[in-house]
Design a protein around this ligand. Structure first.
Ligand SMILES: NC(=O)c1ccc[n+]([C@@H]2O[C@H](COP(=O)([O-])OP(=O)(O)OC[C@H]3O[C@@H](n4cnc5c(N)ncnc54)[C@H](OP(=O)(O)O)[C@@H]3O)[C@@H](O)[C@H]2O)c1
Length: 191
């Protein structure tokens, strides 16, 4: 699976239930990369979308333990295990923090927009620069929007051969190689 995230200089991703900032070119890139692919997200991230509606032209796989939560045009899963079983290998994990943390072991490619500023924040993404399991394979930029510098950095899980990537080894609820299922914490942030 893939993930896509925008992080600030401290790998922060959100404050008060919203994004830290909106960069139009980054939103377009998000649209271009994810359209036509399933997206996996938490109930709180869905609430940040216009009208709280699922994304168009994508299968929306949404996590919520609330049995009453049934938004139109989306599939709701009550556990991460169920969501992962339903998620094809070309799925993009799109947040927020709780979903990124649970799904990261199942991802092999991370599209990270790095924003060159430290914002006040209350949600973070794990720092992939400090995680030896990940390596940078591509960088585009730096770019600038209204004085805000940013770059697109692609990370891949180390040691994965192209053959493994293209066959979608993460299908069927299996973590990436080297990560025992027993080590994964599926508890969600219900705060
Ligand atoms: N910068 C970025 O790229 C980016 C991207 C996305 C989001 N964000 C930001 O991230 C923040 C939201 O992150 P968050 O961690 O607070 O919320 P979240 O991950 O979007 O959603 C959390 C909710 O998802 C459900 N959930 C998560 N894991 C589950 C599980 N294993 N089983 C069942 N349900 C599960 C629960 O819903 P119920 O409470 O209904 O059970 C939980 O309260 C916002 O500030 C948002 O703007 C930033």
């Amino acid at each position: 699976m893939n993930l896509i995230v925008a992080v600030d200089a401290n790998w922060a991703i959100g404050l008060g239930g919203d994004q830290l900032c909106y960069i139009p070119a980054d939103l377009k890139r998000f649209q271009a990369l994810t359209t036509g692919h399933p997206v996996l997200l938490g109930r709180k991230t869905l609430a940040t979308f216009p009208g709280g509606r699922p994304l168009k032209n994508r299968r929306n796989l949404i996590l919520s333990a609330d049995p009453a939560f049934q938004p139109e045009g989306a599939e709701v899963f009550r556990t991460m295990e169920e969501a992962l079983n339903a998620a094809p290998a070309d799925t993009f994990v799109i947040g927020g923090e709780s979903v990124y943390r649970q799904a990261l072991p199942f991802c092999d490619t991370a599209y990270v927009t790095k924003i060159d500023k430290a914002f006040p924040a209350d949600r973070w993404f794990p720092n992939l620069d400090e995680d030896p399991a990940w390596e940078v394979t591509e960088t585009e930029g730096p770019f600038e929007h209204e004085g805000l510098g940013y770059a697109y950095v692609t990370y891949r899980r180390r040691g994965l051969s192209e053959a493994l990537r293209s066959t979608g080894h993460t299908m069927g609820f299996a973590p990436a190689p080297g990560i025992p299922v027993s080590s994964i914490d599926f508890s969600s942030d219900r705060s």
